[in-house]
Structure formats: C-alpha cells, structure tokens
Write a protein that binds this ligand. Structure first.
Ligand SMILES: C[S@@+](CC[C@H](N)C(=O)[O-])C[C@H]1O[C@@H](n2cnc3c(N)ncnc32)[C@H](O)[C@@H]1O
Length: 238
C-alpha cells in the first residue's frame, strides 16, 4: 500500500477510526484489570544501566496507564502521548496533578525535532498496515536523543489473534497485515504482524541493548499463549 498526497485523507480517516475505537474501549474499562507487561522491568533496568534513570522520556501510545504508571514510579518522567483522550483522562483521574505532561495526539503533536533520552512504544507501532507501522517506527526513532534508548514491543507474525480477522496483505519479508472483521461493533482496523528481520532492519542503525526477543506470555495466566510479540531495547549511537 502506498501513501502519497492523494490518500492522506484516507490516512486521516483511519486515524479517526482508531481514535474512536480506543476511546470506546477505554470508556468500557479496557486494560483496567490487566497487569503491566513484565518488559517494563527490563526497560527500567536498561535505563538505569545507561545512566538515564531517573530522567525524562516519552511513552508513545500510553493508553490508560497500565504500563505508564510503573515506568513513572520507577523513575522515568514520561510524556504520555496517545490519540485517545479517554485513555489520557483515565490517567489524569487516577493521579490528578501528579503526571506532568499528557499529550493528546500522535507524534505530529510534538514540537518538530524534539528528542528524548528514553522513547517507549509498547503495543502501539503495529497499528495499521506495513507502511503505516514502519513509518511510525521511523518517526519514533527520530525522537530518540543521541545515546538514548528506544524500547519497543509489537505484534509478531505467527500470532493467532483472539478476535476474528482476515489477511489484508502479505509481504515478501514474511510479515502480514490483518484486518479485524466487523463483529461486536469492531471497526475494520488493521494490525501488522512483524517478522524479526523486518523489525531488526528498521533498527539497524541502533545498538542492541536487549536484542529483539519473542514473548508469547499470556499476561493473564503467565503461561505461553497464542499472542506473540517482539520486544527489545536499542540504543541510538551517541
Ligand atoms: C493496544 S493499546 C496499548 C496501550 C498501552 N501501550 C498498553 O500497553 O497498555 C494501543 C494504544 O495506542 C494508541 N495509539 C494508536 N495509534 C497511535 C498513534 N499513532 N499515536 C499515539 N497513540 C496511538 C491507542 O489509542 C491505544 O491507546
């Protein structure tokens, strides 16, 4: 799928659909009963080892705070960025006045050229097709200050999604984009499932701190599950 000037509107409409979906999910309490991803502890450990803790950073796609709170409590003073105003409101309600900077929008809402010593994107960069997902990761990598850390967790190819989907596109790098089927009011959102080489290719100019690893832990049970994700921490050369 190509994205040029003529289909910008399509991109914008897609973003509105995603925003509406996540607002509705958070209004219904999505994630409130879900513990943080254990990867959060790895991020804090890596930040500590690189002298970046305590210190500032940004969490892209912060949601309603499941992973944000332990990261902030662990010493990262994170800007929380999300397209869902309802998710951000849930964070504010939980800790009024305590969390300094929550920004409603995507990366384009930030001042151009702003960089952070720690950039976190958990379960967010796989939204959209491959073009959208890759562009999002490239834009996020631009936000990492020299010597800073990029902490990523995305859907992996080989996942058996829990909700009904169809294959929207298959790519020569082995990755696949799935489209959610309109059941239970689910909009036709796209989700991209990465292969390790494709993701590693995007990170090629960065040094692995915690190299990409496959995580298939079902967070509710602690046992291996059907959902697979790549996660890793990479350092931008100083
Ligand atoms: C699967 S949820 C994950 C939320 C949180 N990171 C977590 O792990 O609990 C994805 C989140 O990314 C947000 N999102 C999707 N696309 C985004 C974008 N382009 N910029 C910022 N946030 C985005 C959604 O609103 C949603 O809150």
């Amino acid at each position: 799928m190509k994205h040029d000037k003529s289909d910008k509107t399509l991109h914008d409409r897609y973003r509105e659909m995603a925003e509406g979906f996540w607002d509705e999910e958070y209004a219904q309490g999505r994630f409130l009963d879900m513990p943080p991803d254990p990867f959060v502890a790895d991020i804090l450990g890596a930040a500590w080892a690189h002298g970046l803790l305590p210190g500032p950073g940004i969490y892209i796609g912060v949601g309603n705070g499941r992973n944000y709170f332990p990261l902030v409590e662990g010493g990262l003073d994170l800007v929380g960025l999300d397209i869902s105003a309802i998710g951000l409101a849930a964070i504010r309600d939980r800790a009024p006045g305590h969390y300094a900077r929550l920004v409603h929008g995507d990366l384009s809402a930030l001042p151009p050229g702003e960089t952070f010593p720690v950039v976190v994107g958990l379960n967010v960069f796989h939204h959209g097709d491959r073009d959208i997902a890759h562009a999002h990761i490239r834009a996020a990598l631009e936000c990492v200050a020299p010597g800073g850390l990029f902490c990523v967790r995305v859907n992996a190819a080989g996942t058996a999604p829990t909700r009904p989907t169809e294959v929207a596109a298959e790519y020569d790098d082995g990755s696949v984009t799935r489209r959610y089927l309109p059941e239970d009011g689910m909009p036709p959102l796209l989700s991209h499932f990465f292969t390790e080489p494709a993701l590693a290719g995007l990170l090629a100019a960065y040094e692995p701190v915690l190299p990409l690893a496959l995580d298939d832990t079902d967070i509710a049970t602690g046992a291996p599950g059907d959902w697979r994700r790549w996660q890793g921490v990479y350092r931008r050369p100083a």
